[in-house]
Design a binder for this molecule. Structure first.
Ligand code: ADP
Ligand code: TRP
Length: 338
């Protein structure tokens, strides 16, 4: 007997790859939105650390363990509230791999061959493997197994959500057209889809142009100092439209502060004193440090108490796993394996 699933009206889901230190691009492009959604949909936000996905490219067990811990600590420090949102390890819900197989069997090769992310990764020199190729099937399973209604992601992930929509439809039409088991998800783009890096390209760990969220002190000053600027002499007017420091400062300013900053730029002066890129960089460093100061303290506490992090990860996985089991059982029944 095929069961129709009883999913809530809204369920938010997103995954974060544990592939390195999280940076301002990740914060403004993804994490900030994830945290805001927990206020909008308390109890229905599912965020997981995509450690199975990381295996497609990361082969160093110690580094993987450290990265997973780093993502968990970062989210909790920045304000993920375990009462409102689930944060768990993907691999603590092995049901996703079970669903991955079921989806693989209704997914045409042609669909995956259209995948731009696989081609991009191989073009960038990543060694190809079957996991890298079938990555979108695992990602669809992540989404469909919880009956997610929408998935906040960056632009680069939209094709993967479209694939998940197709796979849900293929599965339902193949096995259970009258009582669809899998829900088609929608994507939701973040309001800051593009944070520039030190060199003006998209901030990304693959380009080595990032500002880590939790960088502080001299290191932060040095990193901010590396933002590329032109050679306008101190005191001459600066163009906020083209300045990379300004583009980052914008992320930390409300409308009034931004208008004031723009005046300083266009005048090359602040309160009667000359104003130049050096001052703008100093200001940016201060804004980063103060925005994340509270989270920084929480992070230090969590780093010293990994058992607290573990408690949250396990409790969340337990809840997620129950839901995943229900979906997979319904899918197994639909395919004739029960
Ligand atoms: P990276 O490019 O550093 O490898 P990921 O691809 O792991 O980052 O991105 C994780 C999340 O952060 C995604 O949702 C992505 O869209 C978002 N993100 C990453 N870099 C940026 C950026 N520079 N601007 C906006 N969002 C970003
Ligand atoms: N592929 C996503 C990324 O690289 C991470 C991810 C894995 C994901 N599974 C997901 C995102 C499911 C959203 C939904 O950023």
């Amino acid at each position: 007997m095929v069961r129709t699933m009883d999913y809530p009206e809204h369920r938010v889901l997103s995954g974060v790859q544990p592939s390195g230190t999280l940076h301002l691009g990740n914060y403004f492009g993804a994490i900030e939105q994830h945290l805001a959604l927990q206020e909008q949909y308390p109890g229905e936000c599912f965020y997981f650390i995509a450690d199975y996905h990381a295996l497609t490219s990361l082969k160093d067990a110690e580094a993987l363990r450290a990265n997973v811990q780093d993502v968990a600590v970062t989210y909790l420090a920045l304000g993920l509230d375990p009462e409102k949102a689930l944060l768990f390890r993907q691999s603590d819900v092995p049901e996703v791999t079970e669903l991955t197989w079921l989806l693989s069997c209704v997914t045409g090769m042609g669909l995956l061959e259209r995948g731009t992310s696989y081609k991009d990764k191989v073009a960038r020199g990543l060694k190809s493997n079957v996991g890298l190729f079938t990555y979108p099937v695992l990602m669809a399973a992540d989404i469909l197994v919880y009956g997610s209604s929408f998935v906040p992601v960056g632009k680069d992930q939209v094709q993967h959500i479209e694939f998940a929509q197709d796979m849900a439809t293929h599965f339902n039409t193949t096995y259970c057209p009258d009582a669809p088991v899998l829900r088609r998800p929608e994507w939701k783009l973040s309001k800051t889809p593009y944070v520039p890096g030190l060199d003006g390209q998209k901030m990304s760990k693959s380009y080595g142009n990032t500002i880590p969220i939790f960088e502080t002190g001299k290191k932060l000053k040095k990193t901010v100092g590396r933002i590329e600027t032109d050679s306008t002499p101190l005191g001459d007017p600066l163009d906020p439209e083209t300045c990379r420091v300004f583009a980052l400062l914008k992320l930390f300013c409300d409308d009034d502060a931004l208008a004031e900053l723009e005046t300083w730029y266009r005048a090359g002066a602040r309160e009667g004193e000359k104003f130049g890129y050096g001052h703008a960089k100093l200001l940016l460093g201060e804004k980063i440090a103060s925005r994340f100061a509270e989270a920084q303290a929480k992070r230090e506490h969590l780093l010293a108490h990994p058992e607290e992090v573990e408690v949250h990860l396990r409790a969340a996985a337990e809840r997620a796993r129950k839901i995943a089991r229900g979906t997979v059982d319904a899918c197994l029944a639909a395919c004739g394996l029960r």
